[in-house]
Design a protein. Sequence first.
Length: 217
Amino acid sequence: MSTADEQKRASAAKALDYVEDGMIVGVGTGSTVKYFIDGLASMKDRIESAVSSSEQSTAQLKSLGIRVIDLNAAGPLSLYVDGADECDPHNRLIKGGGAALTREKIIAEASAKFVCIIDSAKEVDVLGRFPLPVEVVPMARSLVGRKLVALGGQPVWRENVTTDNGNWILDVHNMRIVDPLGLEREINQIPGVVSVGLFARRPADVVISAGNVRANR
Ligand code: 5RP
């Protein structure tokens, strides 16, 4: 059986099939996306530019000679490629392990097609084994933490991490997420929450796991 790293490379390589000439490509964040960016560099003369979800991805894109533009200048995107921390059978995701969830969610929303690239260990029946990241305005950390406890979770402050937007992350442990859409809506309504790493309202359109395009369920 291939290693997680080999599976990430295979998924990233397969995602290049979705890149078309002249595209502005939405680019996510993480170790799987790093392989995708490496591949994108080999076809950089065919694409228009990229919109990036993090300072980390922006640095890699630019270092490889790929032009990065602002989402406001790009308008609606055709394609967004990003990884995930967990993926359920309906392509709903937990994201934010790399603390880039808010920009990732914005770009996913702006994109007609979201191709999610993962290794097979990320596939779960029910979301929640991976602690759910919630980005919060710093002054609301304790307030949001108490609300998340009331929802049945155990939030842990990801200390020493400040997001690209200047905010903090709470990782919510021990939530078995049987209603991802409802929970996403509920957490979004807590004052001080910037975004939650549940991608249920806008799930992935295509999931590539270990290099194989997963059949829609
Ligand atoms: C970053 C993310 C990443 O997509 C997620 O953490 C997966 O990362 P990796 O490809 O390194 O496993 O959501 O905020």
